[in-house]
Each structure stands twice: as structure tokens, then as C-alpha cells.
Design a protein around this ligand. Structure first.
Ligand SMILES: Nc1ncnc2c1ncn2[C@@H]1O[C@H](COP(=O)(O)OP(=O)(O)OP(=O)(O)O)[C@@H](O)[C@H]1O
Length: 656
């Protein structure tokens, strides 16, 4: 049975959100103050913060490098306007009216069953915060975030502080797992500043499992429901981290989790690109797993080795980008159908300000550099989609970081992508929050054209064809054996009927008409017998009938009987001879044709043999016809003798 996670209906909340500074605000199960963000602030359509020509008021690490910062780069920044928000929300609304999942951003009109056309689906999750008042406000439909200074931002979904991981899974995780089972590659990635809740969303905690655990449970629940006699599933998992621009396998088995100390990067693996397979990770362990428990054990063993450290915003910050890849392979027995799709669950490292510690600073520089590269790629892909260009015709800077190189196939349209951008509502994180929201807006523009990974293997067809061919071959041999047996019998019979016996001859090359003639000759005795036995046919000769009438009754009837038999035999002989003559003519014509053919194929001794045999057959037939002629002549003379014996003078003499 498919496990149904408890579905909490996404309810609209009032736009008049509770100020989290309010001591009346209830505390959630996680010990956090519940409720949405701060006081309603006037909506400003023209916003100084988001103008490409204006310097942001908030200090940000990236702001120091304005030229490189995604937020400040005027070539990649898309100014936000009321129109953008409205058109985006209209888009989402129309997709929900079409019955599409709110978790995916699919363009229904261009979508066929084996293709998915859409764009990256983008959701934002707000982390509850104690630190100061927030001025963020969420719209009733939970799609638009407003900030007094930053303006208005619309997305496919905005999850507020009350939404737990189950709620998020139901809205964005389950539709992605649906697509996975249809055969599409699918990706969920979490993006946001350090401490904003990416790992909390992806991995969760014991009391509130994250998208990884919930997806894994769903995958195995479906497999147990769908597996059967005709369908079989295989599931594999791999887990890697990108730390300081190096890729490490988190499932390397050479050291058990107990022996390796927490946070140490495992075995380094390499990204490789080739024309056949695209980007691959050489040497990455892919473990076959057969249950959700087993897979979650494997993943948590990998978690232990993920690089973590302390940042200003997170005491246990993930210092690497981590990707869990789950490969689901479904094969149908009998027809060679196979579907292989991959679910990639990425928990990116968080962007941050420059840290005090040297190690943290180095890590932070790598993290920021790779996130900047990701932002640039997303921006370029978004611009391409808007202008109708493809990444094959324009340069997309995938090579600027290991993260973008690794995500290249995903972002290049081989996967359906959902991103969850986490933000921290505290005021001192506003600059980072705005950067995250800008990234999220750009991601919304990235077009996806994914196709199902389905194949039909012809291995089974080949086996079937081979089997059928073997059967045909066996049957051919059987027919040849039966034919040669029949020929041998015929030849035996021919020999018995006075023709020379040909010992051990198994040739079967006899023309059908010749075979028929031979058969007729073989049946000759029965043929004669038939006419000889036919004594009850009517006597047709009028003269004989009249003579019989003159004879005494007893003699007359014997006479009639004898005459009838003689007449019948005579007629039979005549008919038979006519048939033989006809066949003889036909055979002669055929023989002539064969002679002509043999002239042109003299080296083919097989044909000469056939001609020789047919000539022999013809000779026999001619002899037979001659015998028949003699027999006919004898019968005619017998008739003449009888006729003369029946003349009146002879009769009178007899009477005397
Ligand atoms: N929505 C939430 N509800 C309750 N607690 C949360 C939420 N989001 C995050 N937290 C808590 O905030 C802390 C930091 O979260 P988390 O580690 O998930 O952040 P992160 O974005 O992964 O940070 P980093 O990039 O530094 O790894 C954790 O203690 C986590 O439990």
C-alpha cells in the first residue's frame, strides 16, 4: 500500500501577521515562537534595495565585491516589479486550475507524457526567529512575501514558521517523487544563508523528519505496492559532498563510521565529462539497498562524515554542499521495458559573511564562490529561457565551480527541479534574505525540458527469434526426413513394379507432374481391376443387345454379362491410354525445357541428375503406353472375333 503521509491542508493565513516579538505568541513544538512575521509594512513598488543602480543598505560579504555579487550585478539582476509578482501568481494560479501540482511548475500545453516542459519550481521557507522584530509579511494565498523596504516577492509556495517538514513534503516532495516514478530525473535543492534551515528541511530532526527521509519512505512504500510478478525494482544510493572545491564520497566503505572521526572528508572522487555519459563522478560508491531503514542508515552514516563547523549564525553549520542521489530502476519482465530515474536531494552550504577564524574564512570563500557561480548559471539560464535561446547556442558558465559542473546535467534540462530557499526572518539577516529571494526569483525563470528515461531492451526479442528459428530449423529437418522416407517407399514400390531398384537413393527432386504420373502407374493394377469388376454397367452396343435378344434367355443373359464386362474394360483402357498420352506430351514439353536449362547450367550436376531421372521416367511411361496399345489391339481383335462368331450364319451353324 502507498503510505499516505498525513496531509495538512495549506490554509490561508491572514496577512495581518503576528509580530514575533509579542510575548503572547505561542511557542512551537521545536521550542520556537510560533507565528508569522512582523508588522505589516506599506508595500513599495519601487524599491531602492532592488534597483540595479542602488547600493544596498545592508552590509553583506558579497556586497564588498559588487562586481561579482549576484545581488549587485546589473547584467544578471532582474528588477522586481508589481507586474512580475502578478504575472507569476497568475501563472501559478492557472497551473493549479489546470489541475497541476502546486509543487511543480509545469507548462501543461507543451507537455507530452514522455516529456516535461516547465520551469524550476521555487518555494521559500521562513525560519522562526527570536532575534529581533521582523518586517516580513505573507499574503493570504501564501505565495507572496512583502517587506517594507525590500518590496514584494512572489513564488510558487511560501511556507511560514508554522509549516513543518511534512507539510513541505506534501507540497513539493511528493510531486517530485511522483515524477521520479514516472521515469523523470528529479532534483530538490535547498538554498539559503547559513543557519536558515536548509539541513533542517532536507535532513530534519528525529521528531520532524526532513524531505530526504520522507522521500525515502515514500519510495519504498510505493515499491512494495507496485512490485509484482511482472515488475521489479532496484534502488541504489550514493552520497557525496563538495568541500573546498573538491568532491568526496561520503559512503566510502574502507573506513567504518566508527573508525573515522566526525567531519573528516572521505575519499576524494573526480568529476569527469564525456560525450556519451555527460558529467559522471568517477569512483563514487553506489550502494544497492532494499528497504527505507537500510537506506536511511546508509545516509546517516554518510552524514557523520559531512564537514561541519561553527558560524556566526549556526553552531553546527554544514561547510559543504551535500548531494544524496537515489537511483530507482524499474524493469518489466517479459517485454524488456526499463525505466531508470534519479532523485537528487541537495543540501547546499549556506552563504555567509566573512568569518573570524581563518579556516572558516577559507571555507566561506569557497562556499560563496560556488554559490555565486550557481547564481550566475541560474541567471544565464533564466535569460536564455526568456530570449528563447538554448544553452547549446550560448555559453553557460558551468565550469566556474565544482558545484555548477556537478549540477550541469540537472540544470541543463535533464531533471525536473524544485528548489526550497530558506530564509531567516531576523532583521540582521535581511541582506542575506534579500539575496536568497533574488536567487529564488531568477531560478523561477529557468526552463526545464526533461524527458523520461525509458528503454526497451531487445535482448528478449532476440532470444525469442533465436528460439523460433531453432524450431523452424527442427521442423524443416523433420519434413526433409519424412519426405526422404516417402521417396524411399515410392522408389521401393517402383522397383517392385518392375523398374530397376535404386538402392540407398534418397533424392527428393522430382517434379510434381512426374510424381503424379508415377503414382498413376503404380496404381495401374487397381485401375484395371476397377474396370474389370465393373460388370454391372449397362451394355451400350445396340447390335450386341439385339443379338442377345435372339439368344435363348439363359445364354443371352450370360452373353450380355460378358459383353458388358468386355465393353467396360475396353472403355477404361481407352480412357487410361488417353491420360497417359496427355501426360506424355506434357512430360516431353517439360523435358525440352529442362534440356534448355541444363544447357545453361551444365556444371550443375544436380540438374543433370534430375533430367536423367526424368528421362528414365519418361521412357518407362512410353513403354507402358506401348504395352497399353498392344493390350488395346488384343482387345479389339477379341471383339472382332466375337463379332464374327455372332454373325447369323455362324449362329446357324452352331445351332445345327
Ligand atoms: N523551520 C525551522 N523550525 C525550527 N528550527 C529550525 C528551523 N529551521 C532551522 N532550524 C534550526 O536552526 C538551526 C540551524 O538550522 P540548519 O542547520 O538547518 O541551517 P542551515 O541552513 O543548514 O545552515 P548551514 O548552511 O550553516 O548548514 C538548527 O538548530 C535547526 O534545528
Amino acid at each position: 500500500m502507498i503510505r499516505k503521509s498525513p496531509t495538512k491542508k495549506r490554509t490561508s493565513k491572514s496577512s495581518k501577521n503576528t509580530n514575533i516579538c509579542n510575548p503572547e505568541t505561542p511557542i512551537t513544538a521545536h521550542g520556537l515562537r510560533d507565528g508569522s512575521f512582523g508588522s505589516l509594512v506599506r508595500n513599495k513598488l519601487s524599491n531602492p534595495l532592488i534597483s540595479p543602480h542602488t547600493t544596498p543598505r545592508y552590509a553583506h560579504d558579497w556586497d564588498l565585491e559588487k562586481d561579482r555579487s549576484p545581488s549587485m550585478d546589473s547584467t544578471i539582476y532582474t528588477p522586481l516589479s508589481a507586474t512580475t509578482s502578478i504575472s507569476n501568481s497568475d501563472d501559478s494560479e492557472s497551473s493549479s486550475l489546470r489541475g497541476e501540482s502546486p509543487g511543480l511548475h509545469q507548462r501543461g500545453s507543451r507537455t507530452s507524457s514522455s516529456r516535461y516542459n516547465g520551469s524550476i519550481s521555487v518555494s521559500v521557507r521562513i525560519k522562526p526567529s527570536y532575534a529581533g522584530c521582523s518586517s516580513w509579511q505573507l499574503s493570504d494565498d501564501k505565495k507572496t512575501l512583502k517587506h517594507g523596504d525590500a518590496g514584494e516577492f512572489s513564488f510558487d509556495n511560501v511556507f511560514d514558521t508554522q509549516d513543518d517538514n511534512h507539510e513541505i513534503y506534501e507540497t513539493i516532495g511528493r510531486p517530485i517523487v511522483d515524477k521520479l516514478f514516472e521515469g523523470f530525473n528529479a532534483t530538490i535543492f535547498a538554498y539559503g544563508m547559513t543557519g536558515s534551515g536548509k539541513t533542517f528541511t532536507m535532513s530534519g530532526v528525529d521528531s520532524n523528519p526532513g524531505l530526504i527521509a520522507l522521500s525515502v519512505e515514500e519510495i519504498f512504500a510505493r515499491i512494495s505496492c507496485e512490485s509484482g510478478v511482472d515488475k521489479e525494482y532496484e534502488v541504489k544510493v550514493s552520497y557525496l559532498q563538495i568541500y573546498n572545491e573538491k568532491v568526496y564520497d561520503l559512503l566510502e566503505l574502507s573506513h567504518g563510521p566508527q573508525t573515522s572521526h566526525e567531519g573528516s572528508p572521505r575519499v576524494e572522487v573526480q568529476l569527469r565529462e564525456d560525450s556519451n555519459h555527460g558529467i559522471t563522478v568517477v569512483g563514487l560508491n553506489e550502494l544497492k539497498v532494499s528497504s527505507s531503514e537500510e537506506m536511511l542508515r546508509v545516509i546517516s552514516a554518510g552524514d557523520v562524515h559531512r564537514r561541519t563547523g561553527e558560524t556566526d549564525f549556526n553552531s553546527k553549520s554544514s561547510r559543504s554542499h551535500a548531494v544524496v542521489s537515489i537511483v530507482v530502476e524499474c524493469s518489466q519482465r517479459g517485454n524488456g521495458y526499463k525505466k531508470t530515474s534519479t532523485l537528487s536531494l541537495c543540501d547546499l552550504a549556506g552563504s555567509e559573511k566573512a568569518a573570524g577564524q581563518q579556516d572558516r574564512r577559507k571555507e566561506g570563500a569557497f562556499i560563496n564562490k560556488s554559490l555565486l557561480a550557481l547564481g550566475n548559471v541560474i541567471s544565464k539560464l533564466g535569460t536564455n529561457a526568456e530570449s528563447g535561446k538554448t544553452s547549446s547556442t550560448t555559453h553557460v558558465p558551468y565550469r566556474n565551480s565544482k558545484l555548477t559542473r556537478f549540477l550541469q546535467p540537472t540544470l541543463n534540462g535533464e531533471s525536473i527541479v524544485t528548489t526550497i530557499c530558506t530564509i531567516d526572518s531576523r532583521p540582521d539577516a535581511l541582506a542575506e534574505t534579500i539575496n536568497t529571494l533574488r536567487f529564488a526569483l531568477r531560478a523561477k525563470n529557468v526552463a526545464i525540458t526533461a524527458k523520461k528515461n525509458e528503454t526497451f531492451s531487445h535482448a528478449n526479442d532476440k532470444a525469442l527469434i533465436q528460439k523460433l528459428n531453432r524450431q523452424i530449423e527442427e521442423q524443416n529437418q523433420l519434413i526433409a526426413r519424412l519426405q526422404s522416407g516417402q521417396r524411399a517407399t515410392e522408389l521401393e514400390e517402383t522397383a517392385e513394379s518392375g523398374r530397376p531398384k535404386v538402392a540407398g537413393r534418397t533424392e527428393t527432386v522430382v517434379s510434381p507432374s512426374l510424381a503424379k504420373s508415377i503414382e498413376l502407374l503404380h496404381r495401374r493394377p487397381e485401375f484395371y481391376q476397377h474396370f474389370m469388376d465393373n460388370e454391372y454397367t449397362e451394355l451400350r452396343d445396340q447390335e450386341l443387345l439385339e443379338i442377345a435378344d435372339f439368344l435363348p434367355a439363359a445364354v443371352g443373359s450370360v452373353f450380355k454379362q460378358k459383353m458388358r464386362a468386355l465393353e467396360a474394360r475396353l472403355n477404361g483402357q481407352v480412357q487410361y491410354i488417353q491420360q497417359l498420352e496427355l501426360r506424355s506430351v506434357r512430360l516431353e514439353t517439360k523435358l525440352q525445357r529442362l534440356h534448355q536449362t541444363s544447357m545453361s547450367f551444365q556444371d550443375r550436376t544436380g540438374d543433370e541428375d534430375v533430367i536423367r531421372r526424368q528421362e528414365q521416367e519418361l521412357l518407362l511411361l512410353r513403354k507402358s503406353v506401348a504395352r497399353k496399345d498392344k493390350m488395346l489391339e488384343a482387345l479389339r481383335s477379341a471383339k472382332r472375333l466375337r463379332d464374327s462368331a455372332l454373325r447369323p450364319e455362324c449362329m446357324a451353324m452352331q445351332d445345327n
